[in-house]
Design a protein around this ligand. Structure first.
Ligand code: FES
Length: 534
């Protein structure tokens, strides 16, 4: 790729007479003209910076002042038409709604998954044709008398799903679409199908259509939510709703999900017991002298039944920080897999059992090391409990790293130090985008002596395990995971560290599958090693 740099002095006046500053934005724009270019190439432009400037302003400036051959698309300039979507610094966005950052290079590329017509203009026919095939309009049984009175609560009560602009930004980021678009129609189409399923006037079987379009291929990773110009919560408002309807009409869940649900129903845990569970190895209360705080430790199924060392390491970390720990013996599966696959009745039973198990201690802080459990305790539990008794559970939930940083305010991890290790962090979707816990794991890792942290490209890209995809659609999970493993290997790290048992197991598996000897750790594993091993 050539990297031509073009520069032309700004006029000094820009955007309706606002005076430009002396600062410049460096815009690297991916160019391609299929009539004359053999390959895509970046061209670099320097654009005068104006406070509040968005990506479309940058493109307009380049077009009007520096290079009129630039092709890009826009129309409303107000986040309404969806035509301006591009990729900014690796993340899809609506150009007219996304600010550029002063002092940071803005790398702008066309949406992926679609053929490029020219520069930033893509041909979205593949998306629109597929959308047309699911008939994204009201199917009525008969013509209604006029005027028709439409009530809000009869047509998608939240109104969120109707906001979709069809900008296709979500298609460019969805990990399931990246691996198998033919098997999963993607977030835009699922949003439309959910919208019409929630519209009482529609008579089409939208759930069956969604099922046939790969409803169970979504990992609920929320990458689509992150890039949606309207912030539509597609996993919760569309995917999980449609899956609940699919379960009601006996279309779902999938075979692997039924096994998980049966385990929960029969044993209270989502996985089979193989060795002695953690909960059978520890007392219910672990006291410490002069405790600084007291918490309930919610282990989650995997740390209890499969990854006991992780549970012991979380416990060790809490003890080393002089926290009194309650570990309810009667805690059960938090119901995360059940909520994600649409088995809401069984999920609600689990919520009630867990709330009862934890509230009996009268402790208002719950700590977990599982991103999936944390998300469920935070988002699903309050909803269920409000419905049942009019108020949420009487405790707040924190991820271990979040608790250490934000509540305990730890500033150092006690020596002795572990051996030097170069690690990279994989951010679990249900911890970062799901719970808003982004920096705390990195801060904690930064406190561990002799640990060198290297950033992985797309460190927050889904590993493929979530949303019931690993248990229900294993080949797709492994294909998504393979891409994650490649990113981990590319980082040059000796180990990948994460904060979710599903990610942990998935990453271990895909690294093994690729013959890599990169190790996998939990944050708590490294903390405990630092606390205990010379
Ligand atoms: Fe219409 Fe950006 S120009 S959404």
């Amino acid at each position: 790729m050539s990297d031509a740099v073009r520069e032309k002095a700004g006029s000094g006046v820009f955007r309706g007479g606002l005076a430009v500053t002396e600062e410049k934005i460096v815009a690297k724009i991916l160019r391609y003209d299929p009539t004359q270019d053999e390959q895509h190439r970046y061209e670099t432009y320097r654009v005068p910076y104006v406070p509040g400037m968005n990506v479309l302003d940058v493109l307009n400036y380049v077009y009007e002042n520096l290079d009129p051959s630039l092709a890009y698309r826009w129309n409303c300039r107000a986040g309404q038409c969806g035509s301006c979507a591009v990729i900014l610094n690796g993340k899809p966005c609506a150009a007219c709604r996304t600010m550029v950052t002063k002092g940071k290079t803005a790398t702008i590329a066309p949406l992926i998954q679609f053929p490029v017509l020219k520069d930033l203009v893509v041909d979205v026919k593949r998306g629109t044709n597929r959308l047309a095939s699911v008939r994204p309009y009201l199917e009525r049984a008969k013509v209604q008398p006029r005027p028709e009175i439409i009530k809000q609560d009869e047509v998608d009560p939240s109104g969120e799903l109707r906001k979709c602009l069809e900008c296709w930004a979500c298609i460019s980021t969805c990990p399931a679409v990246a691996e198998a678009w033919q098997d999963f129609a993607g977030p835009t189409i699922m949003t439309k199908l959910a919208r019409f399923r929630l519209d009482n006037r529609d008579v089409e079987d939208r759930v069956k259509l969604a099922f046939l379009e790969g409803l169970y291929n979504c990992t609920t990773c929320r990458q689509c939510v992150e890039v949606c110009p309207k912030s539509i919560n597609i996993p919760e408002k569309a995917i999980e709703k449609l899956r609940a309807y699919a379960v009601d009409s006996a279309l779902g869940p999938l075979e692997g999900h039924i096994t998980v649900a049966k385990y929960v129903q029969d044993t209270g845990k989502s996985v089979q017991k193989m060795t002695t569970p953690f909960l059978e190895q520890v007392p219910e209360v672990i006291d410490t002298s002069n405790p600084v705080d007291e918490v309930i430790f919610f282990t989650g199924c995997l740390a209890d039944y499969r990854l006991q060392q992780v549970a012991f390491n979380v416990l060790e970390t809490l003890k080393r920080n002089r926290v009194k720990v309650y570990i309810p013996k009667d805690q059960q599966c938090c119901a995360s897999p059940l909520f994600r696959i649409g088995m809401l009745k069984l999920a609600e039973e689990q919520v009630k059992k867990n709330v009862k198990a934890m509230e009996r201690f009268g402790v208002d802080t719950v700590v977990t090391g599982c991103a999936g459990c944390g998300l469920t305790l935070r988002r699903n539990f309050p909803e269920v409990m409000r419905r049942i008794r009019g108020e949420p559970q009487r405790f707040s939930t924190y991820d271990l790293t979040e608790y250490l940083v934000r509540i305990l305010g730890i500033e150092k991890v006690a020596p002795p130090a572990p051996k030097p290790l170069k690690v990279t962090y994989h951010e679990p979707c249900h911890l970062g985008r799901g719970q808003g816990v982004f920096k705390d794991p990195l801060e904690v890792l930064g406190l561990i002596p002799k640990l060198e942290l290297v950033e992985m490209r797309d460190y927050d890209r889904c590993c493929g395990a979530g949303g019931g995809v690993r248990s229900g659609q294993r080949p797709l999970a492994m294909a998504i995971g393979r891409r994650k493993a490649e990113l981990i290997m590319e980082s040059g790290a000796e180990a990948c560290v994460t904060e979710c048992p599903f990610c942990y197991i998935q990453i271990k598996d895909v690294l093994n599958m690729l013959g890599s000897d990169i190790k996998t750790y939990y944050v708590a594993d490294l903390l405990a090693e630092s606390y205990t091993k010379p």
